[in-house]
Design a protein around this ligand. Structure first.
Ligand code: ZN
Length: 105
């Protein structure tokens, strides 16, 4: 990421990513605040990732629960949704760091 105030480049660490769910970041050099520009390509990418995830998760849920709502089946479904959220978060962070630009806020 590049600070729009001083052009300093800094990494989007997991700590920074998780600490800023709204995409607002503070430059470690000049202290200026900035936020990620909301672009159509970002909305399309995140929307597509969620659609693919929910499609796969829904299909797996139907298959798993067809055999009965046993505690093991419910735990498997919960694990699928948890894993999907982690995968989407990893993709979102990669997209934020590589393709999105910070703008002054
Ligand atoms: Zn800066």
């Amino acid at each position: 990421m590049t600070c729009p105030h001083c052009n300093h480049g800094f990494a989007l660490t997991w700590r920074r990513y998780l600490g800023s769910p709204t995409g607002k970041h503070q430059c470690p050099v000049c202290g200026g605040y900035s936020r990620f520009k909301m672009t159509l390509s970002y909305v399309a990418m995140v929307g597509s990732a969620w659609l693919v995830f929910f499609g796969i998760a829904f299909g797996l849920t139907v298959m798993i629960l067809k055999g009965g709502r046993t505690p093991r089946a419910v735990a498997m479904v919960a694990a699928i949704y948890a894993a999907g959220c982690v995968i989407v978060a990893v993709l979102d962070r990669i997209f934020d760091e590589r393709f999105r630009k910070l703008e002054k806020s």
